[in-house]
Design a protein around this ligand. Structure first.
Ligand code: ZN
Length: 445
């Protein structure tokens, strides 16, 4: 490696050591410094990966899927570079490689698992040249982040076509992802769920309800949530592709289990959407030729990342913290909460900082009326936009307690609640809320 690359690594490592205490922000800084000193550092370091480079894109489930895949590869004895913290723009991706490199500029890795922000693929794909791209789904994200879903799809299509030898691993149950994969003409591996598993038909919006090929309204043999399901177009014959990795006998509850390739996979997490995350990671590992004999063993030890159904306990109260940043994510969150039939208190924290998207009109696309159930003891609205959240609930005749301060809201419900508390937060509320819960948990010990 040239001296310039070495300098970039040394400077970034020095900065990283100082900044790591700052968490995600610090990691991003290390990457920024490295790229400033040597703009080709990402290309140089990723070129040293011995086997394959995976990239995970998609609206929801990126971080969980990427971390699952990384853990699955490590369980097979492989060495992996991974941007675990979810810093998924260019600087964060560069940081993952730079901080993994030795002072001699060498990386000791069989694989790389990289989560990439869709709009940032422009800067990440050319230097990285991934072998596999996993596309989890395409949902409508916060309205004003990068505009319409079509813009995201166009960026992805362009970038996918620019990487020579890349195989796509795509959620076949998502008409938008499947269509995009088809359009690129790239080799494609699909995964999905072979049978109907969710009972009630939600009233959720389905972003991809019209056929991208001919504009006809898609029909569904069955569907799971959002636009995911077994779809077909009466107009042009576009339909869900054959599923290479199809899940059967899906069981949900406190655990998730399903069968794929005659194997029973079992995970200790709630949330139907995690079936897709597990399938995506499994399909990716298998596509790369691994047997994944230790997949279940890995799942027993795997903890979803911070704030995804993360459990806390304070005295007699069990608390579950979960992030939701868009309508699809929120609806799945509500479904997961309602799977728990025990009496519960709920706190919803909504902020509108830059990273959340200033426009919170998406709240009107979430099925909050599902909270009209006897098992709900109370709902508290909190965060910067608690008034809007209160109004949204009022619209479906659900009363709520207003408490703008998150810490006060949590302490109040620990004091007067039923001992089973769910805290649902959007993006920028996650880290502060998590810190509050850590602090309170510490006091009670
Ligand atoms: Zn059609």
């Amino acid at each position: 490696m040239k001296i310039r690359g070495l300098l970039a690594i040394w400077a970034a490592k020095a900065a990283g050591a100082v900044c790591r205490r700052m968490g995600r922000q610090g990691v991003t800084w290390a990457g920024k410094i490295a790229l400033k000193i040597d703009p080709s550092i990402l290309e140089e370091l990723s070129g040293q990966v011995r086997k394959k480079i995976f990239v995970v894109c998609g609206t929801n489930g990126k971080t969980t899927t990427n971390n699952l895949l990384c853990a699955a590869l490590e369980a097979e004895g492989a060495k992996v570079v991974c941007n675990h913290t979810g810093s998924n723009m260019l600087n964060g991706v560069a940081a993952a490689f730079v901080l993994e490199a030795g002072l001699n500029g060498k990386i000791d890795a069989d694989y790389a698992c990289i989560e990439a922000d869709e709009a940032s693929t422009r800067y990440i794909f050319p230097p990285l040249q991934p072998d596999y791209m996993i596309l989890t789904n395409l949902f409508r994200d916060q309205l004003d982040r990068y505009g319409e879903i079509d813009i995201t799809m166009n960026i992805l299509k362009e970038m996918i076509q620019k990487v020579d030898k890349m195989t796509l691993i795509v959620n076949g149950d998502d008409a938008l992802s499947a269509f995009l994969a088809q359009e690129t003409g790239k080799p494609c591996v699909t995964y999905g769920i072979l049978e109907k598993t969710v009972k009630e038909e939600g009233t959720e919006i389905r972003e991809g309800r019209f056929c991208k090929k001919c504009g006809t309204k898609l029909e569904y043999r069955f569907y799971h949530y959002s636009q995911l399901g077994d779809y077909y177009c009466p107009g042009c014959g576009f339909e869900r592709p054959h599923l290479d990795y199809g899940a059967e006998a899906v069981k949900l509850g406190d655990q998730i289990s399903f069968t794929v390739e005659d194997r029973r996979l079992v995970a200790d997490y709630k949330g139907f959407y995690n079936v897709y995350n597990l399938l995506a990671a499994y399909a990716a590992g298998r596509s790369a030729g691994l047997k994944l004999e230790h997949f279940n063993e890995m799942l027993r030890k795997f903890h979803p990342e911070n704030g995804r159904m993360e459990q806390f306990r304070m005295g007699q109260t069990g608390i579950t913290l979960n992030l939701a940043k868009n309508p699809a994510g929120f609806n799945q969150n509500i479904a997961a909460v309602m799977q728990d039939t025990n009496p519960k208190d709920i706190i919803i924290v909504i902020n509108d900082n830059a990273q959340d998207g200033r426009d919170i009109s998406w709240l009107w696309d979430v099925d909050f009326d599902r909270f009209q159930e006897e098992s709900i003891h109370s709902i508290t609205v909190s965060g910067i936009r608690c008034q809007d959240m209160r109004l949204r609930l009022k619209y479906v005749d659900i009363p709520s307690i207003l408490e703008a301060d998150v810490e006060t809201a949590i302490r109040d419900r620990i004091r007067d609640g039923v001992g089973n508390l769910y805290v649902l937060v959007n993006y920028t509320a996650l880290f502060s809320t998590r810190n509050i819960l850590k602090k309170i948990e510490g006091e009670k010990k």
